[in-house]
Design a protein around this ligand. Structure first.
Ligand code: OGA
Ligand code: NI
Length: 357
């Protein structure tokens, strides 16, 4: 077995991928039931993942078109918890530019990237998140995570100097993505029969962060896992895929893993734990995972949008009654987040924190 390449705190899969060794370091060989098995994958459902045309919701000129699209949003959130958004209003060139600076960052030598390390017990910087012991097996993925909004969560020393346009591109990207998410959240509230501003009022100054995931090719994909199955601890997550995405993202639907296709110009949206709680379980935070590929690398650009840490949250009053009793307790979102980031990823276990048993 080759040794894990470990520089400082960072176990770097990318360097392993470059070294073209066929042996996988022990640290990445998962227990048999945690490997990215091809069993239980349903590729034929991929093309059924809903596509929402945001322009039809925004323009409100054609009432029928609006109503149809809103119903589609209901079905997307109830049945899938995942959908793609087209005509989202974000300049496609900005999406391309962001992809480019992020890829250029990952291409930097490890010596350069390790200037921004994700230290044990922290969640920002370059490295591997959700690792709590030397024995814990690692995912076949390098992450670079940064808190963006509000300023109080920013760690400026982790914002890279190279590529030189990284920071300004991230700023602009995050601003545009935020606008889109806020509009979407309004429509999601309306689709539940609530006022458009229901969620924004409950969230306070929302927290926004990015997690940039790079999955190098893996000589033995049968032994590893790209990113362990989990639900997101956000309200909404926005995921940008590359044109050549090798179908690495899979979502759990009716107990089968369904790969998510790249749709030109689209952004992938998924419902996070917060919306599941606020909708009293009507909308589902869906379990998903990423698989590594033998031939091709993969990049995914993920934005998490979540309530301010000091907010007290629970199911929206209008969605709780005698026939739909509350499924979740009220809790402090900061405590919820803390529990999320200090636990191993494990399917939808993060929601146990809020569940009424
Ligand atoms: C995540 C995530 C999937 C991917 O970062 O939470 O689910 O395709 N990523 O990288
Ligand atoms: Ni996720």
């Amino acid at each position: 077995m080759a040794h894990t390449i470990k520089v400082g705190y960072i176990h770097d899969v990318q360097e392993l991928g470059n070294s073209k060794k066929t042996a996988i370091p022990e640290r990445f060989v998962k227990d048999i039931d945690e490997r990215q098995s091809l069993k239980n994958v349903n590729t034929s459902l991929s093309t059924s993942i809903p596509i929402i045309d945001l322009s039809k919701l925004l323009m409100k000129v054609n009432k029928d078109e609006f109503d149809i699209e809103l119903l589609k949003l209901v079905a997307s959130c109830e049945e899938w918890g995942f959908f793609q958004v087209v005509n989202h209003g974000i300049d496609l060139e900005l999406l391309d530019n962001f992809e480019k600076v992020v890829m250029d960052f990952f291409k930097l030598p490890l010596e350069e990237k390790k200037k921004y390390p994700m230290l044990p017990g922290t969640i920002q910087g370059y490295g591997q998140a959700f690792v709590f012991s030397e024995e814990q097996k690692l995912d076949w993925c390098n992450m670079f995570a940064l808190g963006v909004i509000p300023d109080s969560i920013r760690q400026p020393h982790l914002w890279p100097h190279e590529p030189v346009t990284f920071c300004e591109t991230l700023e602009e990207y995050s601003k545009e993505v935020r606008k889109m998410i806020q509009k979407l959240l309004g429509f999601i509230a309306m689709s539940l029969g609530l006022n458009e501003d229901t969620f924004e009022k409950m969230f306070g100054e929302s927290v926004q962060a990015v997690r940039l995931n790079y999955y190098p090719p893996c000589p033995r994909p049968d032994l590893v896992m790209g990113l362990t199955a989990h639900s997101d601890g956000s309200a909404l997550t926005v995921l940008q895929l590359r044109k050549d995405d090798p179908l690495g993202l899979q979502i759990l639907k009716d107990n089968k893993w369904v790969p998510v296709h790249y749709v030109p110009g689209a952004l992938v949206i998924n419902v996070g734990d917060t919306i599941e709680v606020l909708s009293n379980g009507k909308y589902k935070s869906v379990e998903h995972r990423a698989v590594a590929n033998e031939e091709r690398d993969r990049l995914s650009l993920v934005t998490f949008y979540a309530p301010s840490y000091d907010m007290e949250l629970g199911p929206v009053e209008e969605l709780v009654n005698e026939s739909m009793p509350a499924k979740y307790k009220r809790y402090n979102h900061g405590e919820y987040s803390k529990n999320y980031v200090t636990s191993k990823l494990e399917g939808k276990k993060s929601l146990d924190f809020a569940k009424i048993k």
